[in-house]
Design a protein around this ligand. Structure first.
Ligand SMILES: NC(=O)c1ccc[n+]([C@@H]2O[C@H](COP(=O)([O-])OP(=O)(O)OC[C@H]3O[C@@H](n4cnc5c(N)ncnc54)[C@H](OP(=O)(O)O)[C@@H]3O)[C@@H](O)[C@H]2O)c1
Length: 249
């Protein structure tokens, strides 16, 4: 994508202070867009915004309906909305209490619902809605049932919304990365080390081995897919759950 492809576009990326969201924010800003990034913590948002003058931080929790409504009302019309914020926790289902289940559905599914709903209400013609789901939205993984259920929900939400809006000048799609080299994955590695006594290398190797190519996905590979879906020639791609996983799904 050249430096002017996104000129004049207004982009919102939830969870844009770190990992995949931060990588996307920088790429869209470099392509000419004005990018608003959100998250709960100010420091990572400020650090990401410091990389480009067209990245603007806003502390907003995706699970807070009033705050999400206020964010989009404050922004006015937008062109691209990426529901990327998410969080993972692991544990056996038999030991998952209702509070943890609800917490993971709130951020990973309800947060996407609020982001896409508000995005849709403020979307210009030719707009693009994206949700960062996961291969966990396409297949099951052991010990992450609430996360998998939420991500499957995101894929269903995107498919339904694409049907509902098919006659309009917009698209809505889900990105489904496999295990990706981000702070979220680093935290999962730490959890495995703490719970099982495995080394960090062994834990990372476990995640790498799920990808037939034997490696982690890089944030830039997810970003490249997002740029393509938001570009001028992807208007026929709608309601898809696109796997970015080296062939895992
Ligand atoms: N890494 C992987 O292996 C992988 C694979 C497939 C899909 N994904 C998905 O990719 C997306 C991005 O994750 P990542 O891997 O880039 O991890 P990350 O660096 O931890 O990014 C997640 C971001 O979401 C934000 N966030 C979390 N809860 C939030 C809330 N309630 N409100 C607003 N923002 C919130 C976090 O910021 P704050 O904590 O400051 O709020 C953080 O910046 C997630 O949806 C994740 O499920 C990741």
């Amino acid at each position: 994508m050249n430096a002017s492809e996104m000129q004049g576009k207004r982009v919102v990326i939830t969870g844009g202070g770190s990992g995949i969201g931060a990588d996307m924010a920088l790429a869209f800003a470099r392509a000419g867009a004005e990018v608003v990034i959100t998250g709960r913590r100010d420091a990572p948002l400020a650090a990401t915004a410091a990389h480009h003058p067209s990245i603007h931080p806003a502390v907003v929790d995706v699970t807070d309906e009033a705050a999400m409504v206020a964010l989009f009302e404050g922004l006015g019309e937008v062109d691209i909305v990426i529901a990327n914020a998410g969080a993972a926790e692991s544990g056996p289902l038999a030991r998952t209490d209702l509070e943890q289940w609800q917490r993971l559905l709130d951020v990973n599914l309800t947060g996407v619902f609020l982001t896409l709903r508000e995005g849709l209400r403020h979307l210009r013609d030719g707009g693009r809605l994206l949700a960062v789901a996961s291969t966990a939205g396409l297949k099951g993984y052991a010990y992450v049932a609430p996360y998998c259920a939420a991500k499957h929900g995101v894929v269903g939400l995107v498919r339904a919304l694409a049907q509902e809006t098919a006659g309009r000048d917009l698209t809505v799609n889900a990105l489904c990365p496999g295990f990706t080299d981000t702070p979220l994955l680093a935290a999962s590695v730490e959890t495995i080390v703490a719970r099982t006594g495995q080394s960090a290398e062994q834990a990372r190797a476990h995640f790498q081995s799920t990808n037939p190519a034997g490696r982690l996905i890089q944030p830039a590979e997810v970003t490249a897919t997002a740029l393509w879906l938001c570009g001028p020639h992807s208007g026929a791609i709608n309601g898809q759950a696109i796997s970015i996983s080296g062939g895992e799904t």
